[in-house]
Design a protein around this ligand. Structure first.
Ligand code: NAD
Length: 351
């Protein structure tokens, strides 16, 4: 297959490129603007792969997107490019509206123009996968799970911009027949996660003996999925999902933020036994405005229809993740300067 992956230099997009091109041998064109969150070092394993190409481009650039479709002639698009940090969206929403809403619109139009030139069977098999988040559903109370039918009720500028993009994608299916599929996934974690998000920030701050900031009392609950499980799910949805449908993706791994941070501290205490327990570094800070209490995904449709299962439990995945950060300082050391910049800007941690 020939696939365009937007945002392939980001955390999840790079896992998708490594999986599609490195493991499955599909032809991948990674289209990424390389914002602060894009990092080609995450794709070093594909440097000499004949199945992988990178183009630096902004998905908001109509002309560039049209040319890429005409020249690469993809069998489908996996659209992951986005501004993704909730705190940054609260601080400055304009980039989120521009990339997540306008950028998705431009990409949908480029895909539609190209799709209109296709003949059967390529026209029928073409897919536009809109990769989205469970945050579009808003916040859950103590009970219940997000279903595909749960109404959208976003709280932050980030989740509102993703919700808008999902609605555009649905409309392009209903109005123009473009074969769109939407995935809504819970929080990801794993290798190559940008160190402004909760899990990598906690690991790296703990290694440096720096404070481990947690919003509120740390009681917000997220449903964690190992990033490689997400990459496999996206490929299943892309190739076997039904056009016009949505698929929730999650691993049934709900954890309170405080428990996530404590577990990382325990793992580090075991891996680095010398010194004071890392838990002493935890600091609670004033809560994020509009902070959703709980996200939890029912992935039953994806499991039942497409046979996908999360392979990694949180307990095994977090150990692998901590080990990866200990073994790969070459990747994160150059990025840490930016994190201190983030602290200066008053950012605490992303989910
Ligand atoms: P990320 O911030 O790590 O990566 C985003 C990538 O998009 C970066 O490489 C960046 O350079 C690129 N990008 C940003 N603006 C662009 C533009 N205008 N044109 C081209 N490229 C641009 O994000 P991520 O965590 O890998 O998330 C990827 C996608 O998955 C996003 O759409 C996000 O909403 C969604 N998602 C993320 C999670 C999560 O837990 N991280 C969960 C569910 C869904």
């Amino acid at each position: 297959m020939r696939l365009i992956v937007t945002g392939g230099a980001g955390f999840i997009g790079s896992a998708v490129c490594r999986f599609l091109s490195g493991e499955l041998g599909h032809q991948v064109l990674n289209v990424d603007k390389l914002t602060y969150a894009g990092n080609l070092a995450s794709l070093r394993s594909l440097d000499s792969a004949k199945t992988y190409r990178f183009v630096r481009a902004d998905i908001c650039d109509e002309q560039a997107m049209a040319v890429l479709f005409q020249e690469f002639r993809p069998d489908g698009v996996m659209h992951l490019a986005a501004e993704s940090h909730v705190d940054r969206s609260i601080d400055r929403a304009v980039d989120f509206v521009q990339t997540n809403v306008t950028g998705t619109f431009v990409l949908l139009e480029a895909a539609r123009a190209y799709w209109n030139t296709l003949r059967a069977p390529e026209r029928e098999s073409f897919r536009f996968l809109q990769v989205s988040t469970d945050e579009v559903y808003g916040s859950l109370g103590a009970d219940g799970l997000f279903q595909e039918t749960t109404p959208y009720d976003p709280s932050s500028p980030y989740s509102a911009s993703k919700a808008a993009a999902d609605h555009l994608a649905s409309a392009w299916y209903r109005t123009y027949g473009l074969p769109v599929v939407i995935s809504n996934c819970s929080n990801n974690y794993g290798p190559y996660h940008f160190p402004e998000k909760l899990i990598p920030l906690t690991i790296l701050n703990a290694l440096d003996g720096r404070q481990l900031p947690i919003y509120g009392k740390g009681e917000n609950i997220r449903d964690w999925l190992y990033v490689e499980d997400h990459a496999r799910a996206l490929f299943q949805i892309m190739t076997r999902g039904r056009p016009g449908e949505k698929y929730n993706v999650g691993g049934r791994n709900e954890r309170r933020n405080i428990d996530v941070v404590r577990r990382i501290c325990e793992v580090l205490d075991e891996m680095r036994p010398n010194g004071a327990p890392h838990e002493q570094l935890i600091r609670f800070v004033a809560d994020r405005p509009g902070h959703d209490h709980r996200y939890a995904i029912d992935a039953g449709k994806l499991e039942g229809e497409l046979g996908w299962r999360a392979e990694e439990s949180f307990d095994t995945g977090i150990v692998k993740t901590v080990r990866w950060y200990l073994d790969n300082s070459w990747w994160w050391k150059p990025l840490r300067q930016g994190i201190y910049e983030g602290e200066r800007l008053g950012l605490i941690h992303g989910d």
